[in-house]
Write a protein that binds this ligand. Structure first.
Ligand SMILES: [Zn+2]
Length: 246
């Protein structure tokens, strides 16, 4: 039986991996069900020329990466679209999908933890997704699920943001870092040569810096938006049950 669930909101294919792939792999390996809601699978090719094949490639890369990370299930909210218009004109629909409309909505998955793009993101479409997901995580009253912990992940380009936020929560992802590296390698169309921020080595260096802050090889850090401490009590209870059963 799964020990709770996690919902990751990714604006585009690759954000879940570049932003928090090590955390996804670590939590999935711990026995939690990790679900990824991909907002738009657009046809923009960051690493080369746009072609009709790009959207399909990005979808395939996303599915492969989720497999490497141990994701339980994923869902694409908007299959096709130009993200430069789509996300800004569909914010209300996005909120409803994350709340209850998607097969992986908050009400269906009932996650203890939601990982969303941090508010101070560089990309405007990440900012829009942050606002929608943050709104969907509010307490909506009886009959609706309220996630106990809300954390914002930061993507490579966020280091060039005029409103970058201080990361306040950290997870050692060293044990499962190989899975993140394998997932990053799935995104051939989205990575660039070193020393670009989206290069494999730049991503590893950034995770190594986060790791050094807590004395481990690799870590990922997050901005905290909600930490309901009953989450810790529930985890302790779950551990007690496991101990009693063994
Ligand atoms: Zn993105």
């Amino acid at each position: 039986m799964a020990r709770g669930s996690v919902l990751v909101i990714a604006p585009h294919p690759d954000d879940e991996t570049f932003g928090c792939g090590g955390t996804i792999a670590t939590l999935a390996a711990s026995g939690m069900d990790v679900y990824v809601e991909l907002v738009v699978q657009h046809g923009i090719n960051t690493g080369g020329p746009a072609t009709a094949q790009v959207a399909a490639n990005r979808g395939m890369e996303f599915a492969l990466a989720c497999g490497k990370l141990g994701v339980s299930d994923f869902h694409v909210m908007i299959e096709e679209g130009d993200h430069r218009d789509t996300l800004h004109t569909q914010a209300a629909r996005m909120v409803e999908s994350i709340e209850y409309g998607s097969p992986l909505s908050i009400d269906r998955v009932r996650p203890q933890l939601v990982l969303l793009p941090a508010r101070g993101a560089f990309h405007q479409d990440h900012q829009v997704v942050h606002q929608a997901a943050f709104a969907a995580c509010r307490h909506r009253g009886a009959g609706h699920h309220t996630p106990a912990v809300i954390l914002g992940y930061q993507c490579p380009e966020d280091s060039w943001s005029s409103q970058i936020e201080q990361a306040t929560a950290t997870l050692d992802v060293t044990e499962h870092y190989g899975q993140k590296q394998a997932a990053v390698a799935c995104y051939q169309h989205q990575t660039k040569p070193d020393p670009h921020l989206r290069s494999r080595t730049a991503i590893e260096r950034a995770d190594a810096v986060q790791g050094a802050a807590i004395g481990v090889p690799y870590a990922e850090s997050f901005v905290t938006y909600r930490t309901d401490l009953r989450f810790i009590a529930e985890a302790a209870e779950a551990r007690e049950l496991v101990c009693e059963n063994t």
